[in-house]
Each structure stands twice: as structure tokens, then as C-alpha cells.
Design a protein around this ligand. Structure first.
Ligand code: HEC
Length: 156
């Protein structure tokens, strides 16, 4: 009788401890740091814009100048948004530590991105076919990739 009772108590104490540990972990890892969230939200919407334009690149006869212009204008306008959200090294998210150890390299990638998105936006304003924007569009794609190579953690 006593033995059973002890077992039961231990079990429930153990259960409570586990629960507390789980809750503790949740409290530490969420909510996501607002800076990490802001820059990830920006990047995600860039991914969406690139997807819309990329679909037209894959199927040139679906080229819609107005839609392309909208996406290109959005990228150019939003191109500088994430950078100020990388100030706090404690909020690493999926950024590599090179963002903070190679500040000049990261800034160069960021500035190049702003430049190539401005060029894409300019090209899009007068484009009548995907050919007119293809060189600038490729440069933007290269810029995403180039920065991610050094500055984003690979999770694939
Ligand atoms: C100057 C560097 C740089 C450029 C340019 C850049 N990225 Fe990123 N990107 C990053 C870093 C660093 C992260 C990781 C951010 C984090 O987790 O805090 C990231 C993360 C992302 C993510 C994941 C977001 C998430 O929710 O975890 C996507 C999607 C993304 N980038 C898309 C793009 C696209 C598309 C482009 C080009 C149109 C682009 N990025 C250009 C540095 C860059």
C-alpha cells in the first residue's frame, strides 16, 4: 500500500517537473525576437515577389508587365528594410555569426542588393517582355544567393 502510494507520488512529481521544464523552454525560445521576426518577414515577402517574377521567367508568354512592375517596385522599396534589424548579435535567428564578424562584407552584399533591385525596378518600368528584365532579374537572384552563402545558416 505504502509502496504503491510512493510510486504514485514520485510519478506525479516527475510529471510536474517535466511539465515545468517544457514550459520553461517555451518561455525562453518564444515569442521570436522582434528584430529577427521583422527581417525574416521582409525576406519572406522578397521570396514571394521573386516567385511571382520567376514564374514569368519560366513561362515567358505569361509575362504581365504591370504585375512584374509591382513586384520589382516592392523589392526596390523594401530592399533596405532588414539591415537595421541585424544590430543585436544576441538575436542570431538563422543569420551566421559572419554578419557580425564580417560587417563590411555583409554591408557590401546589402548595398549590392539595393543597387540591383533599383536596376530591376528601372528596367521593369519600360519592359514589354521578360527579355527586357531578364538580365536585371538574374542579378537580383544572384544577390540573394551570394549573401545567403556566407550570411545565412544552411538548414537543408
Ligand atoms: C545582404 C544579405 C542578404 C540578401 C541580399 C538577401 N538575404 Fe535573405 N537572408 C539573409 C539572412 C542573414 C537571413 C537569415 C535571417 C534570420 O534568420 O534572422 C536570410 C533569410 C532569408 C529567408 C528565410 C526567412 C525566414 O523566415 O527564416 C528567405 C526566404 C530569404 N532570406 C529570401 C531572400 C531573397 C528571395 C532574397 C533576394 C531577393 C534575399 N533573401 C536576399 C541575408 C540576405
Amino acid at each position: 500500500m505504502a509502496q504503491i502510494h510512493t510510486n504514485k507520488s514520485l510519478k506525479s512529481i516527475f510529471g510536474i517537473t517535466l511539465m515545468a521544464a517544457a514550459l520553461g523552454m517555451t518561455a525562453c525560445s518564444s515569442p521570436t525576437d522582434p528584430d529577427v521576426k521583422a527581417r525574416q518577414d521582409s525576406m519572406k515577402s522578397w521570396g514571394d515577389a521573386m516567385g511571382v517574377m520567376g514564374d514569368m521567367a519560366k513561362a515567358p508568354d505569361t509575362f504581365d508587365a504591370e504585375v512584374f512592375q509591382e513586384q520589382a517596385a516592392f523589392l526596390a522599396e523594401d530592399a533596405a528594410t532588414p539591415w537595421s534589424h541585424f544590430a543585436n548579435q544576441e538575436a542570431a535567428g538563422n543569420a551566421t555569426e559572419a554578419v557580425w564578424s564580417n560587417v563590411d562584407g555583409f554591408r557590401a552584399e546589402a548595398e549590392n542588393f539595393e543597387k540591383v533591385t533599383a536596376e530591376l525596378n528601372a528596367a521593369a518600368q519600360t519592359a514589354t517582355s521578360i527579355d527586357d528584365v531578364m538580365p536585371a532579374f538574374s542579378q537580383v537572384g544572384e544577390s540573394c544567393k551570394s549573401c545567403h552563402t556566407e550570411f545565412r545558416v544552411k538548414n537543408d
